[in-house]
Design a protein around this ligand. Structure first.
Ligand code: SF4
Length: 316
């Protein structure tokens, strides 16, 4: 079997919070993604999933861990090799224009990554931009327009075009459809799946929405307060979630079929402050299966079926 395209091991990102208190936003996270597949990373707001995505790409510097991508350890790359590597790993954001100059035309927005990576001569770049606009379902004539002239769905199509115009291997999509209406969400998700098949893309797909994650992922990882609590094949986890937190999250999403029986589990309390997480299993104050050991000892991941890991004392 070929090695994974992306292998993340022991990733940590710690910040210094208010009054100098350390915050473990990402705390010892490990996962891998095979080429051409999608890992959906899911969890409530503030669980560390977006920080994980940015740390993997070194858009923010991780505190510890290794990230092997295309056979190289990204953590050891200096600035220039890392800049060159960025051509192969791109990001789609919730609002693709938040960090861009609003005076740029869409054509300039799409051409910029090609210029940054010194790809093609000018006429070829213009042709690539036109082709890419068509590929994501927009007219070539839109190249002369400005971002404010576009709807949310169109802006996200441009965001996707900008991410894939350098022909990357890996795309990290961070809440890429969260701001869109449900019908537009479906169109963008279908576009992402089509592009994956056509171009062999690998996705790390980050969302708080389990229904969205289910639509796009072969495997999923569930995060809670900086840690992965369950990872495995999407079908297995949706059919038979093992971790009490995954069970509660899944119980809240709409049924796909009227015959599907699902009892709603209402979580008590809210996510604790990441600057002062509970000892032991971070989930224990909200867990209906909590045992004495859970309050003091952090569980380690256990492989309960091939490729399915649960971080919970119930499965030791
Ligand atoms: Fe619940 Fe204990 Fe499992 Fe944590 S380790 S999820 S508290 S049973």
């Amino acid at each position: 079997m070929s090695p994974p395209l992306l292998k993340v091991s022991g990733l940590k990102k710690h910040f210094t919070g208010r009054a100098g208190v350390p915050v473990k936003a990402v705390d010892d996270v490990s996962f891998e993604i095979m080429e051409g597949q999608t890992l959906g990373l899911v969890g409530e707001s503030g669980c560390g999933k977006s920080t994980t995505g940015r740390s993997v790409l070194r858009l923010i510097e991780p505190t510890a861990g290794t990230v092997e991508f295309m056979g190289q350890d990204l953590m050891t790359l200096r600035a220039e090799p890392l800049r060159r590597m960025r051509r192969n790993m791109q990001m789609v954001f919730q609002d693709p224009f938040a960090s861009l100059n609003p005076r740029m035309t869409i054509g300039e927005v799409l051409e910029e990554p090609l210029i940054v990576h010194d790809l093609f001569d000018r006429p070829t770049r213009k042709r690539k931009v036109a082709e890419m606009l068509e590929r994501v379902g927009l007219s070539q004539s839109y190249a002369s327009r400005h971002p404010h002239e576009f709807s949310g769905g169109q802006r996200q199509r441009v965001g996707i075009a900008r991410a894939i115009i350098t022909q990357p291997k890996l795309v990290v999509a961070d809440e890429a459809v969260s701001a869109l209406d449900v019908s537009i969400q479906a169109q963008i998700l279908n576009l992402l799946k089509d592009l994956q098949q056509e171009l062999g893309l690998t996705y790390l797909f980050i969302s708080h929405d389990l229904a969205v994650i289910r639509h796009v992922s072969e495997r999923i990882g569930v995060m809670y307060l900086g840690r992965l609590v369950e990872t495995g094949p999407c079908d297995s986890i949706y059919r038979d979630p093992k971790h009490p937190y995954t069970q509660a999250l899944l119980s809240a999403i709409p049924r796909e079929h009227p015959d599907e029986v699902r009892q709603r589990i209402v979580l008590q309390g809210s996510i604790p402050n990441p600057a002062a997480p509970p000892d032991g299993c971070h989930f224990h104050p909200r867990c209906t299966s909590c045992m004495e050991v859970c309050k003091t000892v952090a569980p380690a991941p256990t492989e309960i079926a091939p490729g399915q890991f649960v971080t919970c004392h119930l499965y030791r």
